[in-house]
Design a protein around this ligand. Sequence first.
Ligand SMILES: Nc1ncnc2c1ncn2[C@@H]1O[C@H](COP(=O)(O)OP(=O)(O)OP(=O)(O)O)[C@@H](O)[C@H]1O
Length: 601
Amino acid sequence: MNAFQFIFQYIKRHKVQYTLGIITLFVVDFANIFIPKLTGVITDGLTAHSLDWSGVKLNLFYLFLLGLLLAVGRFFWRYFLFGASRSIEKELRNDMFSHLEKMDVEYYNEHKTGDLMTRFTSDLNAIRMAIGPAVICVFDASVMTLMVIFQMMYYVSVKLTLIAVIPMLFILFGEIYYGKIIRPRFTARQEAVSDLTDYVQESFSGIRVIKAFVREKAQRYHFLKENENTMEKNLSIAKIQSIVIPLLDVIIGLSSLLTLIYGGYLALVGDITLGRFVAFNQYINMLVWPMLACGDSVNMFSQGAASIRRIQEIFKEQPAIADTDKTKDVDDIRGEIDFHHLTFIHRGHSEPTLNDITLHVPAGTTLAIIGRTGNGKSTLVNLLLHLYNTKPGMLFIDGKDINTIPLKTLRENIGYVPQDNFLFSDTLKSNIAFGAENEDMEAIQSATRAACIHENIVQFPDGYETIVGERGVTLSGGQKQRSSIARALMKNAPILILDDALSAVDTDTEEHILTNLKKNREGKTTILIAHRISTIQNADIIMVLEDGTAAEIGNHDSLMAKHGIYYDMFEKQQLEAIHGEAGKALIRQDHPAAKTGKEDA
Ligand SMILES: Nc1ncnc2c1ncn2[C@@H]1O[C@H](COP(=O)(O)OP(=O)(O)OP(=O)(O)O)[C@@H](O)[C@H]1O
């Protein structure tokens, strides 16, 4: 689908508005051409003394009526055509947002926020200009030009009209060529704006890190380069425009000069009357605007076409994760999970992140996953949320292959506390009730009590109405984590995943939350990812992930009896807990990595 076909789908939906707008525009243009004629009639009437004062008044009255018609008509074509273009802009923005919401997480790993934001703002604006003002310009210019030329030929002189119009043909062909060379420059400019927006967005999001590392100067230098790049791209457009626009003026001036010379001569020898010569000059002036408007329209169309292509790029990408014809409706989820020789390779990796994992998790049990950093714990739960695709036959929920469960059902039945604890810039109440149907205060408080955050919230001056700053920065790390746990508990889902969700809370609070969880999650499946054994030792099943494989599976007692990885971890953490820093030093001396001289992961 080319850019025109793409945007025409949207224009079609507003055909009534466009038709009414164009008809009104036509009426306005038609009325407009009578103004010079009436001026000519008055001039000739006064010169030849054939018009008395009442005749002048009558013609002036006609002029007034025409003016009124023009004013009303101009209001309506603006109303219809600008209204349609604004509606299309809104519809496109809605469609883009809905489409992007469907895209999988990999898409967002590969596309920068700033670039997407530019497409939502400046590109959509360029498209609106192309389907609103540019359409008006082109239609107005073409209709007006044809009507004026016809009137010039009919009312004044065919020869004089041809002489005046020939230079304008150069404008027409020149503008077609201009459109071709300016379009790639508009695309390059939009890309530069995207990069700049992206840089600004990242710089402000990461301002704390920038300040802590005193990188302001380096950031500013990089920003200047991005800004300069945008200016260069803008200048490359301005350079072309600064040649084309004066050239347009020259051609228009040439046309007027020829008219004055030849028209003056015709008036002198008496081939045309003075009134017609005056009217002709007014007509020529009326042609100036359409010619300039054509230049503007070419600009707007080129810019719009470049932007449509950038928006089309968004729609061309389809989500890699979506319901398929294999998806079957599921009434409810109990929470039984089966990993069956589960192997998973991340895009761009050559080695599997998860390798041959087989485990049965009965509904209503607690599974704990422990393992060193980067061993695939988050990846495993991301597979459960179907954020990445798993090959058929490897992951089952309630005995059903995850690929056959509708995404909405699956995710509605999983409560999830992500590692980054992202909160929205909204009230605490809304953040906690995020996944729930309504903001039921009783349910919210029951969740916040279970997550041990209620006491903190009520101490804030605005309590549950406290606005969480962008990315939750007004809360401490532990408060954010507990708010995020409360949000997940609100869902009361058959499966709950806590991805390292207790790392920022002290051991006492952790103990409280775990006790509450045990009570709240009775009969429901809970998956706990943690680094501390104290967090997980009461779990029904503990899986130790090592290099992406399920190195050990059992409960605390059986794993301790094994004297394997889990046992070592426990011993080290006990030593750390008892002896603090001295214990850590002891562990370091004892650790195999210390002996080989390598850093511990
Ligand atoms: N979207 C991704 N694309 C490519 N590789 C990824 C992606 N996400 C994670 N990885 C890689 O997969 C491996 C496992 O990452 P994962 O986040 O699952 O580990 P983890 O055990 O949860 O670590 P941690 O304890 O630090 O949270 C890492 O090597 C990581 O670099």
